[in-house]
Design a protein around this ligand. Structure first.
Ligand code: ARG
Length: 585
């Protein structure tokens, strides 16, 4: 264990037990970073209430029992009873050296309590363009999946694509009319055009304004699809396969880990829907209302205070989005034995998920499973309006990516690379910029999709962090040393070194914060702080060459060791966020 906060929490906990008895064993020592010391423990105040003693006395009792020999260089009681803890430089340096030597894993150990974690993310819709909303759930979900895996959890990626429902009637008819080749071309380059064309035909035919009996055929198709007609299913499969090509192209451009093995689309649950409805009806949770099978939950009301139903079977016998999600959650809880099911889905679907979770809980499916909706906020245009369109002009994800790459090309150094290396760097930087912009803001808040800001080299951006790592690599090139050979030991001789190294020790905590709350921005802010501490370090602590000549080896070696640990931290941290770090920039 090298994270100071965890180390000191354990020590303060031991002191609490030693001072006040075993019944206080579980007490949270309330340790936080502080501006007055490295860390501050504030547990004396809540304890004083329980013990009915003045907080400063309680704090002093703790100090008397606190064994931080070799860890802290200073402890003092301040204010009403805060414990100010200052870490010893030697301890900080030793922890960092242990990380560098691989005695402790950078980013924290593999968990000894692995959880089974299905993660529902990305989930685009067949024969439709992936929009920036999908981009965000894809990028956030992928960062969570990678990070939870890094910690050793058993992640099961579930790409709940929209591959079923009534629109498939018109989509199948349209495909049959335009032919396989044209469908292939449209669905892999401009899926929305395909969708819009199908829809336009349907609407024109409905109004008797052309396209003959297209609407009637489309409706008949829905019936054949639902009844499992082999020819219809074959065309449907074709449609899904063509869309998969398009999704996979985007995933590979974005460096997203999703593959065909992770597909668990809505259609996966078709055979379970009737049984789910029966089960809920038998358990008395679902009732027929106006011909539809509905679940009524307490406290959910719609317009005019009327009870809001979760409709699980429409009056025409059809099932919908809610039924599919109930079947999916049942499967994840009871068949996959999930400890926690993470849904990385837009905030606007919060009510839907609340109702699904509550229904599942009442049905008894969630005895060992905690569902968690990691809500994703809207992406706005620079005009402040939602950058997602159902109809009208869609925002093409593919063109956003290539535009970001083009802009990235302008900010990277021109010297000394061949065209191929240059293109590769630009891709890593452009894609990294888009992804980081998504990851660095709280996932449930809205943010403005502003390419100019995303690719900027300054501020809390992807390129800034990639550059911080690339700069360390260039220091190693200058020193003629391979980062892997920087052996340490790490020494602390300057406050700027101390600040950087101390920061590096809490990498594991930042990873845990991401996993606990599905909050990539917490790791992103941490990495940004590392990059900032690096800047302070460079300003004060020359590594290879100072203003008065080359840095002597006994200072250079420990500083290179600090650089190596910082590089490992940045590369690992950006790596679990799904962002590649180019060798140079
Ligand atoms: N396909 C849906 C959409 O585009 C998202 C599905 C999210 N996952 C789920 N289990 N409902 O809005």
């Amino acid at each position: 264990m090298s994270d100071p906060q965890l180390v000191l929490a354990a020590r303060v906990q031991a002191a609490i037990v030693a001072a006040f008895g075993a019944e206080f064993a579980g007490t949270d020592p309330v340790i936080r970073p502080s501006q007055f010391a490295d860390l501050q423990a504030n547990v004396a105040l809540p304890l004083s209430k329980k013990l009915r003693r003045p907080p400063r006395d309680v704090a002093q009792d703790l100090v008397d029992r606190l064994d931080v020999e070799g860890i802290c260089s200073g402890i003092e009681v301040s204010g009403p009873g805060f414990l100010n803890l200052t870490l010893a430089d030697g301890w900080i340096a030793r922890q960092a050296s242990a990380l560098l030597a691989g005695e402790v894993r950078v980013g924290g150990p593999v968990t000894d309590r692995p959880l089974t974690l299905p993660v529902d993310y990305s989930a685009p819709n067949v024969a439709k363009e992936m929009h920036v909303g999908h981009l965000r759930t894809t990028v956030v979900g992928d960062a969570f999946a990678r990070t939870a895996e890094f910690r050793g959890h058993d992640v099961i990626r579930q790409n709940h694509i929209g591959d079923w429902g009534t629109p498939f009637g018109m989509l199948i008819e349209h495909l049959l009319e335009i032919g396989e080749e044209e469908a292939h071309r449209e669905l892999t380059s401009d899926p929305n055009a395909f969708y819009q064309a199908a829809r336009a035909k349907f609407e024109a035919s409905e109004k008797g304004e052309g396209h003959g009996d297209f609407a009637t055929r489309a409706r008949r198709r829905v019936v054949s699809l639902q009844s499992g007609d082999a020819d219809t299913l074959a065309v449907w499969r074709r449609l899904v396969d063509l869309s998969k090509l398009y999704f996979n192209k985007i995933y590979s451009e974005l460096d997203v880990t999703l593959t065909d093995d992770d597909l668990a689309g809505e259609s996966t649950y078709n055979d379970a829907l009737a049984a789910v409805c029966d089960e809920l009806q038998e358990k008395g949770l679902a009732v027929v209302d106006d011909g539809a099978l509905c679940v009524f939950l307490e406290g959910y009301t719609g317009r005019e205070g009327k009870p809001l139903p979760l409709i699980i079977r429409k009056s025409d016998g059809g099932y919908g989005y809610a039924t599919t999600d109930l079947a999916a959650l049942r499967h994840r809880a009871l068949d996959l034995h999930a400890d926690r099911v993470v849904y990385v889905v837009g905030v606007p679907q919060a009510l839907h998920f609340k109702m699904i979770y509550e229904t599942a809980r009442k049905a008894g499916w969630l005895e060992h499973t905690e569902p968690f909706h990691a809500g994703i906020g809207n992406v706005l245009g620079t005009d402040g309006r939602i950058l997602r369109t159902r109809s009208g002009q869609p925002v093409r994800l593919a063109s956003l990516i290539s535009e970001a790459v083009e802009r990235a090309e302008k900010i990277i150094d021109e010297r000394g690379y061949d065209a191929e290396t240059r293109a590769e760097i630009a891709r890593a930087v452009g894609v990294g910029a888009i992804k980081y912009a998504d990851l660095s803001v709280a996932r449930d808040s809205e943010y403005v999709f502003d390419l100019d800001r995303m690719v900027a080299l300054n501020g809390n951006t992807g390129p800034y962090l990639q550059y911080a790592a690339a700069r360390i690599r260039s220091i190693f090139r200058m020193a003629g040393v391979d980062p892997a050979d920087a052996a340490g030991p790490i020494l602390i001789t300057h406050p700027a070194e101390r600040a950087l190294v101390l920061k590096l020790l809490s990498f594991g905590a930042a990873i845990d914060a991401l996993i606990d709350d599905v909050a990539p921005h917490k790791l992103a802010s941490y990495l940004y702080e590392v990059a900032d501490a690096l800047t302070g370090f460079y300003e004060n602590c020359p590594v290879v060459k100072g203003s008065d000549g080359p840095v002597p080896d006994e200072i250079r070696a420990p500083r290179l060791a600090i650089c190596a640990l910082a590089l490992d931290t940045l590369v690992t941290g950006l790596g679990v966020l799904g962002i590649r770090v180019p060798e140079r920039m």
